[in-house]
Write a protein that binds this ligand. Structure first.
Ligand SMILES: *Cc1c(COP(=O)(O)O)cnc(C)c1O
Length: 361
């Protein structure tokens, strides 16, 4: 049996280090916003070459608080790709803002930058590019457009820890970026966790207030805030995992290489482009008979995932919130995409077995 993901295996290398960290935090008697959080924030900001990192409770909160820090007028529009995970859209909706869906490129699955300018109206305030599957968006073009129209850019980097474009990391292009450390992410914690990165002192201060009840000085509240704090235990685990992030990403790149070199041409593979360093959070292939292919693999004891089966604008929760606009590219991706096993817990032999099975379909 080859599982899509086995978090016990993914974390096995860190078992002893985690046990030590657990004991240290337990003995310290300090569990929320302390030294471990500060140290992780410093380390993750340095890793991404940005000035500030603000630890929060999860990836959705990272995006929600980042948008909140902008204080846009209710009803303002935010540009977002039509094939993103629902969290990006929810962060917009939770702020009383209006998501404007832009189709992705069928080649990269990331937002089609050539469609952005035509979607900008006087109500447009921000762009939220999503580095889907671990591949960066065309950030230089996006930043040019944003500067021209004075828009704020908030990257959704939840799937792209360590990915880069021309040597610049995900999270270092936009005015802010949201990261998730959900356990399956390339930099995964052992529970929910997230962070915002930014080079702006103003956003940094605003985010530190927002995550902690709108308060800077204990029991004095300046703004209506949230309780969205990163805890010491997860921050300690994340410092351990962060030191291994480059080797985790390299492991996934090596597995991706096996897929690229050995899969037969029936499958549409991710694109590889110069200047883009992809970290393969997900290895997505496409096939016209996706569902049949998936059942075939299941019968052969190989489990896969679909990221995602239904686009956000077709979700029941979005009735009356997001237009049922035409999104043929997103629809096609959702109907044909299949995510193959590619985790830190998988061996080259696992992936060779997946390849052999796929090639017999
Ligand atoms: C995982 C993910 C999120 C949300 O992160 P959580 O920590 O689960 O809240 C947001 N956007 C994308 C693209 C994601 O993959």
């Amino acid at each position: 049996m080859i599982q899509y993901e086995n978090l016990q295996k993914t974390n096995a290398n860190f078992y002893d280090a985690y046990k030590n960290a657990f004991e240290q935090v337990l003995k310290s008697g300090w569990f929320i916003l302390g030294n471990e959080v500060n140290n992780f924030e410093t380390a993750f900001a340095a890793y991404n070459n940005v000035k500030h990192c603000i630890g929060v409770a999860n990836g959705l909160d990272a995006l929600t608080l980042a948008l909140h820090a902008c204080n846009f007028e209710k009803g303002s529009q935010v540009i977002v790709p039509s094939n993103t995970y629902i969290a990006t859209i929810l962060s917009i909706v939770q702020n009383g803002l209006q998501p404007v869906l832009i189709e992705p490129l069928l080649s990269t699955y990331n937002i089609d930058v050539s469609l952005i300018e035509a979607a900008i109206t006087p109500k447009t305030k921000a762009i939220m590019p999503v580095h889907l599957y671990g591949k960066m968006c065309q950030m230089d073009t996006i930043m040019e457009i944003a500067n021209k129209y004075q828009l704020v850019v908030i990257e959704d980097a939840a799937q792209a820890h360590g990915a880069s474009l021309k040597g610049i990391k995900a999270g270092a292009f936009g005015h802010m970026a949201g990261f998730s450390f959900y356990p399956t992410k390339n930099l995964g914690a052992l529970a929910d966790a997230g962070a915002v990165t930014t080079n702006s002192n103003v956003y940094n201060a605003a985010l530190r207030r927002l995550r902690n009840y709108g308060s800077e000085v204990k029991y004095f509240n300046e703004v209506v805030g949230y309780n969205s704090r990163l805890d010491e235990m997860q921050a300690a685990f994340l410092q351990i995992k962060l030191k291994a992030l480059d080797s985790i990403n390299q492991h996934k790149k090596n597995l991706a290489k096996l897929y690229f070199e050995n899969l037969k041409s029936d499958f549409i593979l991710p694109v590889i482009e110069p200047d883009y360093d992809d970290v393969f959070h997900i290895f997505s292939i496409r096939h016209q008979q996706r569902d049949k292919l998936r059942s075939f693999l299941t019968q052969k004891n190989i489990s896969t995932e679909i990221h995602y089966p239904l686009p956000p604008n077709k979700q029941k929760a979005m009735n009356g919130i997001v237009d049922h606009c035409n999104t043929p590219v997103a629809d096609l991706i959702h109907a044909t995409t299949l995510s193959l096993p590619i985790s830190y817990g998988h061996t080259q032999d696992d992936v060779l077995k997946v390849i052999e099975t796929l090639n017999s379909f």
